[in-house]
Design a protein. Structure first.
Lengths: 118, 405
């Protein structure tokens, strides 16, 4: 089994769904998570605060440099992610499709370099 | 036994390359290992065949030899992973002779090369490399990029297949229509790349057309119930049949209605038209089949001496329900011009948002020319000339523009 990172990309700033829609989205997302767990495919998941809360840390010549984040400029940033186990990319893409459908957000599916402990 | 020259051996390997890589990728679980093994078999063939002559079944010989070379290599190198590979290989039953197994392997490789997770440019490069057996240098020449760039594109695509875990399998029934569409689109792009030839690289690009037709034929034979794959093959054959008449002796593009029909390839037309008729009987229409039918009607001019434009318009009306795109609307307008006149067509063309597309300006220019709106026609020809990339097309447009002035 390979492990995949499923990242949800969220537009920055306002334009978030209203509380009722958000509730529906979260219900759908938890339903997918329950299914992943039932199949033994779930590894980890988390939702993140706004990208404006991010901080970037660098070390240059032994000195620590702290700056306001996020690291990458852009109009969208990772808003949450799931790590899951899947037999191949097609299976991982199917989970990705379901997250994209539930959240209406674009989803990036990326393989882990090494197989993690199962 | 006939002896074999190096050129013949190369030709045979090129012909059977895709099949061999497809079968061996399944046994080895790695495209790179399969390619390496076929390369080893090629070296062996170059040593032996000139003396011994061709084996009775070169395809079978290539696969068996490649597998044996891979086992030798694994034993010699004797790392743990390779020993495991050698064990796998020895355990693999000899399935080469089973046609259905080869068919499935061939399809696995096609669907892997055309997986939607790969960029279109990578799909094209992999398809030509792994299925077509073209060298990286040949593919680079055909796409006018440096060889190193093409090599990197192929390495990266194979890396993604391996690391992201793109499966080596025929997609399940529910995904098959979508995945087949991607395969057909890739083959069509390969053909178009060859078709829109610039003279500087004429030869290799002709080869792209031939290769696209060969692969479209392979796809149709592997998926015999898929009418659209037959439609694609018919479309490519019918367009390619006019290859010799598309560019005049002066290097100038010749438009369809002015082509020397005696140069058309009657064998390709006959095959294309037969497939179109069979598709009609199968009655599962789709965009490739309709485009093939349009080209079949054009080809009929060879026998009737005239183009049946009302029939072509009927077909475009069907096509646009499948593909309601501005480009299809533009091509439909060409048929409208013939049936209802250039004025009616120009009204349709002027509604389209296709300012970046050279054919939009070229067709608009032609309609304006026929309506005797000369200065507007010249401006439209100039817009088309600015966007065109091939010398033949530029020569044609410049001549037309000069005639109108």
């Amino acid at each position: 089994m390979k492990q995949y990172l499923i990242s949800l990309y969220q537009p920055d700033g306002p334009g978030r769904p209203d509380p009722e829609a958000l509730g529906r989205i979260m219900r759908d997302v938890y339903a997918i998570r329950d299914e992943l767990k039932a199949q033994g495919a779930w590894v980890f998941a988390g939702g993140l605060h706004d990208a404006s809360t991010a901080t970037v840390v660098r070390v240059r010549n032994g000195e620590t440099l702290i700056t306001d984040g996020p690291f990458a400029e852009g109009k969208e940033h990772i808003g949450g992610f799931t790590i899951l186990r899947a037999p191949d990319l097609d299976a991982a893409l199917e989970w990705g499709r379901r997250y994209a459908a539930a959240t209406t957000l674009p989803v990036e599916v990326r393989p882990f370099r090494e197989e993690g402990p199962s | 036994m006939p002896t074999a020259t190096n050129a013949q051996i190369e030709q045979i390997f090129r012909e059977h390359y895709g099949r061999a890589v497809a079968v061996l990728t399944r046994s080895f679980g790695s495209i790179d290992a399969a390619e390496e093994a076929v390369q080893d078999a090629f070296s062996t063939a170059l040593e032996r065949w000139p003396a011994t002559g061709l084996p009775p079944s070169p395809a079978g010989w290539i696969i068996t030899t490649a597998r044996n070379r891979a086992i030798d290599r694994a034993r010699r190198e004797a790392s743990r992973a390779d020993r495991h590979l050698a064990a796998t290989l020895l355990d693999t039953p000899d399935v080469e002779s089973q046609e259905h197994a080869v068919r499935d392997d061939h399809l696995r490789l096609i669907f892997t090369c055309c997986h939607p997770a790969l960029a279109t440019s990578a799909q094209i490069a992999l398809t030509l490399r792994l299925l077509g057996g073209l060298t990286t240098a040949e593919i680079a020449r055909a796409f006018l990029v440096p060889e190193a760039t093409m090599a990197q594109r192929i390495v990266r695509a194979k890396g993604k297949i391996r690391d992201a875990g793109i499966p080596y399998r025929i997609p399940p029934e529910d995904q098959l229509p979508l995945r087949l569409r991607a395969v057909r689109a890739t083959l069509y792009l390969i053909f178009n790349e060859g078709h829109s030839a610039s003279e500087t690289s004429q030869l290799i690009r002709t080869e792209l057309c031939d290769e696209a037709i060969r692969l479209a034929r392979l796809l149709a034979l592997l998926m015999p119930d898929d009418a659209e794959s037959w439609g694609l093959l018919a479309l490519l054959l019918l367009i390619d049949a006019r290859r010799a008449s598309r560019v005049g002796a002066d290097g100038c593009l010749v438009i369809l209605s002015e082509q020397d029909r005696s140069l058309w390839d009657r064998v390709k037309i006959a095959e294309g038209q037969t497939i179109v008729r069979e598709c009609l009987e199968a009655n599962q229409p789709g965009p490739y089949q309709i485009q093939a039918a349009i080209n079949a009607v054009h080809s009929d001019a060879l026998f009737t001496g005239a183009i049946d434009w009302p029939q072509i318009l009927v077909l475009y009306n069907q096509l646009i329900t499948f593909e309601p795109t501005p480009v299809v609307a533009l091509n439909r307008a060409v048929a409208v011009a013939e049936v209802e006149g250039p004025g009616a067509a120009l009204i349709l063309v002027d509604e389209l948002q296709l300012g970046e597309y050279r054919m939009f300006h070229a067709i608009r220019a032609d309609l304006l020319r026929r309506l005797d709106r000369r200065s507007e026609a010249v401006a439209a020809y100039e817009a088309a000339i600015a966007l065109t990339k091939t010398d033949a097309e530029r020569a044609f447009l410049q001549r037309r523009a000069a005639e109108v002035k």
